[in-house]
Write a protein that binds this ligand. Structure first.
Ligand code: HEM
Ligand SMILES: *[C@@H]1O[C@H](CO)[C@@H](O)[C@H](O)[C@H]1NC(C)=O
Ligand SMILES: *[C@@H]1O[C@H](CO)[C@@H](O)[C@H](O)[C@H]1NC(C)=O
Ligand SMILES: *[C@@H]1O[C@H](CO)[C@@H](O)[C@H](O)[C@H]1NC(C)=O
Ligand SMILES: *[C@@H]1O[C@H](CO)[C@@H](O)[C@H](O)[C@H]1NC(C)=O
Ligand SMILES: *[C@@H]1O[C@H](CO)[C@@H](O)[C@H](O)[C@H]1NC(C)=O
Ligand SMILES: *[C@@H]1O[C@H](CO)[C@@H](O)[C@H](O)[C@H]1NC(C)=O
Ligand SMILES: *[C@@H]1O[C@H](CO)[C@@H](O)[C@H](O)[C@H]1NC(C)=O
Length: 328
């Protein structure tokens, strides 16, 4: 009886391993240089086109990094964030509140350039992963080799964006749970939050924190009071259109100053301040803030590669979209 039991456990485990290996998350099968032989100049074309467009509109670089994050956290890195809504379907990019994503025209232009030399070969999901890397590098950040071979998904639902992207008001428990549900550690949460070293926010993302924190017309006490004065000057209570730099003074330079701000209780969102409320994340913030972060670039690069593997579809599943904003 015990032997039978053992055997059945063994076979059950075998089954589980199988199911695990062959479910949609084929992250292992991404490869650096996936298009080496089929489209050798692919990465250069992406880099050249991205560099040209970002030199004309540098503010789009952060937006493209954020777009990759939003792609990966919703249905995996499958380009679903790029799909337009149709009469029968409200897509991720039109989630309410829509996520103030920008820069779709850059992805479309890169895709056109790539289609011109290698038609129907390279996925929009791979293009987005590379463009995000190039955008960070162009802002004086690190570079890294991007494993490729993602295929594009055919589904994009706004409700899934709402459910999978943590809001700016998220506390540390919610943030850790969100990242863990994507296979990312608490440390990786602290590292990837460092993406807020570049870019902007709309005032609406912080108006509750400034003016109605607990619903009684109050301000979040965890925010540096001197900084509150500065923020209130930039963002009036009803202002929904103004934008504000998340890392003022170096919002276009990828560096460790985000961590210095968070340590000084000047992180813009509750989700930034929350990193101080947990030992692992706080230790990371303090170390980077104090040491000037000798390892931040390496850490960020490795974490981006890991984020870029979330829920990818590979092989002959999904499709290679011809136009990134519409399924074939
Ligand atoms: C940890 C949870 C996160 C939360 C709650 C969060 C929230 C936000 C919010 C509310 C904005 C401002 C949107 C607006 O009002 O326009 C923003 C911007 C941004 N986020 Fe995050 N974010 C998170 C993680 C990340 C990660 C992992 C990355 C990339 C690695 C990232 C990169 C960015 C960038 C670059 C911007 C600036 C976008 C622009 O300039 O258009 N964020 N984020
Ligand atoms: C593609 O080329 C790069 C650079 O030469 C190399 O590092 C990588 O291993 C190659 N990948 C494949 C799959 O051939
Ligand atoms: C990319 O830009 C470089 C430098 O401007 C140029 O030499 C190269 O030919 C370009 N590559 C492609 C594939 O367009
Ligand atoms: C989100 O809505 C704003 C205002 O309605 C619009 O300007 C912007 O293009 C929309 N963004 C996306 C990604 O749909
Ligand atoms: C975090 O937020 C959730 C949902 O609002 C709440 O249930 C929980 O108590 C909060 N945790 C902490 C540590 O504040
Ligand atoms: C502040 O929040 C409370 C509770 O959510 C709400 O009833 C009130 O209208 C808000 N006040 C303003 C000025 O938005
Ligand atoms: C967090 O760190 C503090 C100080 O280093 C320590 O006293 C405490 O036990 C730690 N808490 C946990 C849950 O590890
Ligand atoms: C998707 O929407 C954008 C912005 O409205 C538009 O420029 C683009 O042409 C649309 N794509 C398709 C395939 O209709």
């Amino acid at each position: 009886m015990t032997i039978l039991k053992l055997l059945s456990v063994f076979f059950l485990q075998l089954l589980c391993v199988h199911v695990f290996l062959f479910d949609g998350t084929n992250a292992q099968s991404l490869r650096v240089g996936f298009y080496n032989s089929t489209c050798p100049s692919f990465e250069e074309i992406v880099r050249n086109t991205t560099a040209r467009l970002i030199s004309r509109a540098p503010s789009l670089a952060p937006a493209l990094l954020r777009m990759h994050f939003h792609d990966c956290f919703v249905r995996g890195c499958d380009g679903s964030v790029l799909i337009n809504s149709t009469s029968g379907n409200q897509a991720e990019k039109d989630a309410i509140p829509n996520q103030s994503l920008r820069g779709f025209q850059v992805i479309d232009a890169v895709k056109t350039a790539v289609e011109n030399i290698c038609p129907s070969l390279v996925s929009c999901a791979d293009i987005l992963a590379l463009v995000a890397r190039d955008a960070v590098t162009l802002m004086n950040g690190p570079s890294w080799r991007v494993p490729l071979g993602r295929r594009d998904g055919r589904v994009s639902r706004s409700s899934e964006a709402l459910a999978n992207l943590p809001p700016p008001s998220a506390n540390i428990t919610q943030l850790k749970a969100s990242f863990r549900s994507k296979g990312l550690s608490d440390r990786e949460l602290a590292i990837l939050s460092g993406g807020h070293t570049i870019g902007i926010s709309h005032c609406s993302s912080i108006s509750n924190r400034l003016y109605n924190f607990t619903g009684q017309g109050d301000t979040d006490p965890s925010l540096d009071p001197n900084y509150v004065v500065h923020l209130k000057r930039k963002c009036s209570p009803t202002d929904t259109t103004s934008i504000i730099e998340m890392d003022p003074g170096s919002a276009r330079t990828f560096d460790t100053s985000y961590y210095t701000l968070v340590r000084k209780r000047r992180g813009l969102f509750e989700a930034d301040a929350a990193l101080l409320n947990d030992n692992a994340t706080r230790n990371y913030v303090l170390r980077q803030a104090n040491s000037g972060g000798s390892n931040f670039f390496n850490d960020f690069a490795a974490s981006m590669v890991k984020m870029g593997r979330i829920g990818v579809i590979t092989g002959n599943r999904g499709e290679i979209r011809r136009i990134c904003s519409a399924i074939n």
